[in-house]
Design a protein around this ligand. Structure first.
Ligand code: GLN
Length: 298
């Protein structure tokens, strides 16, 4: 423990876990990273293969030269506003671990509200379409927490679908079997005609183009523009998906959306205009409107 203090002789400084952690916190704080302490701890745990307990109870653990170098380089990238999840390659969502990279939107906690709402409306064997599936987090969580449901995830981005397929495979191996397929498709264009779903769910891009520049650098510089940009009024995808969804819903089928906090009224109107009924708005944990859903009795 006190190897570093042996008098006189050039001591090879032992890098202690809690000191290395503090260096990280300082570096990130100076760089203006909001969650400096949390991110420093998580990166150190990622590099060392440790858990939360290490900082609390084993702060004197030695950090090896290799670990220290790796940690320092990750801290430097985080200081440059690279999202934490792009550094670790993962994000927790619905209690499951999802692989992520810069080709998909990092799963957000807000989206769990959407998944919970859909789960309440699933029965065994429901056919689900996840439009703009990205990492696949919505569809795969729904399949993990239901029985014998069948899912299709559609996305315009082949690179996003590669991530979704990787998540599918990993969850099959580590958790339970699911029945999912992923289709490269410009909205409904690549789907098989005549195929109907009891549930269509989507967290489409919904940020107004003008607003994207005002988002934090982690988002505007590192997350895929394609996953964010809802065009001029932010509502483009709600209009497109709602209109076309009727050709793909069974009678009595339900359409579920995640929305931006100020879009409930507009999205409800779009759904009403297209003939959806029993339209409801659900709030997130912060009390903001977050989900809109409705039924179609075609
Ligand atoms: N469905 C994915 C998610 O909710 C991706 C959403 C998107 O790219 N807009 O994370």
């Amino acid at each position: 423990m006190d190897r570093g203090e042996v008098g006189g002789i050039d001591p090879k400084v032992v890098r202690m876990y809690h000191i290395v952690y503090k260096e990280g916190v300082e570096h990130l704080t100076k760089a203006g990273i909001e969650e400096a302490a949390l991110d420093s701890r998580l990166l150190l745990e990622y590099v060392c293969g440790t858990d939360r307990n290490t900082l609390l109870a084993h702060g004197e653990r030695e950090v090896s030269e290799a670990e220290y170098e790796r940690y320092s380089s990750l801290i430097a990238r985080r200081a440059g506003h690279v999202p934490l999840q792009h550094l670790t390659g993962e994000q927790e969502f619905m209690g499951l671990t999802f692989v992520v990279n810069e080709k998909v939107l990092v799963p957000r906690q807000d989206t769990e509200v959407l998944v919970e709402e859909v789960l309440r409306n699933l029965h065994d064997g429901t056919r689900i379409l996840d439009m703009c599936t990205g990492s696949g987090c919505i569809l795969l969580s729904l399949l993990q927490y239901s029985n014998n449901c069948v899912g299709v995830g559609a996305d315009l981005s082949a690179e996003a679908l590669a991530v979704a397929r990787q998540n599918y495979q990993r969850l099959q191996e580590e958790r339970r079997k699911m029945q999912a397929s992923f289709v490269e498709s410009d909205l409904f264009a690549g789907l098989r005609a005549g195929e109907r779903y009891e549930v269509i769910v989507s967290n489409p891009p919904y940020i107004k183009t003008d607003v994207i520049n005002t988002l934090m650098p982690e988002v505007r510089e590192h997350e895929p523009m394609m996953a964010l940009d809802g065009r001029e009024d932010g509502l483009y995808f709600y209009r497109e998906i709602t209109g076309r969804s009727k050709e793909y819903l069974t009678s009595g089928g339900m359409l579920f959306y995640e929305i931006g906090y100020d879009q409930a009224e507009d999205v409800c109107k779009i759904m009403e205009r297209e003939g959806f009924r029993e339209i409801e708005v659900v709030k997130d944990f912060a009390g903001l409107d977050r989900v809109v859903y409705g039924s179609w009795f075609g």
